[in-house]
Design a protein around this ligand. Structure first.
Ligand code: IMP
Length: 176
């Protein structure tokens, strides 16, 4: 059987501690309110699932799938909704949950597409942020970790569809 072991960049324990802190901030900021949590597929599935477990607010969970990357490691510059949320976000508190803000194009485009639906508030939680790659400035309200300009995988993030199942954030090494 094929063997691979990407190098660990952010461990399972570090991720879990950070998510707890983010959830505490969200619980405080939205105290007494309802929240529509929008998980951006596929990359945010693990982050979103661990995050919502720690949120103590009435939640409606939605999923959206966008296309921007294809199978490579650089943006195509063209963001499309492949699968939209199923419910209305009009007059709702929306928390978009993303895996990583790289150039910022995906999130900038998604926020523009959501703005015209007139949510009450719209915030962003992103597990990762690569500041060195920013082309479109994006406000991340709840940020997990900043990472340097390396292609990261695991904990939902893929390279050509692989590695999403890893419980930690890793970087591909020469052996992979
Ligand atoms: P952006 O539009 O350039 O900000 O790209 C965001 C999307 O590209 C993320 O939602 C990821 O799906 C993907 N992406 C960007 N950088 C990485 C990476 O280092 N590893 C895995 N996916 C990435």
């Amino acid at each position: 059987m094929e063997h691979y072991s990407p190098d660990v960049l952010i461990s399972e324990e570090e991720i879990s501690l950070r998510i707890e802190a983010l959830a505490n901030a969200i619980n405080k900021d939205f105290d007494g309110e309802e929240l529509v949590v929008v998980c951006v597929l596929k990359g945010a599935f693990m982050f979103c699932s661990d995050l919502v477990k720690k949120i103590n607010l009435p939640i409606k969970l939605e999923f959206i799938q966008l296309s921007s990357y294809g199978d490579g490691t650089s943006s195509t510059g063209n963001v499309k909704i492949e699968m939209d949320v199923s419910g209305s976000i009009y007059n709702k508190n929306v928390l978009v949950v993303e895996d990583i803000v790289d150039t910022g194009l995906t999130i900038k485009t998604l926020f523009e597409m959501f703005e015209v639906r007139h949510p009450k508030t719209m915030k962003l939680a992103s597990l990762l942020y690569k500041p060195s790659r920013t082309k479109h400035s994006v406000d991340i309200d709840y940020l997990g970790f900043e990472v340097e300009d390396k292609f990261v995988i695991g904990y939902g993030l893929d390279y050509a569809g692989r590695y999403r199942e890893l419980p930690y954030i890793g970087v591909l090494n020469a052996g992979n």
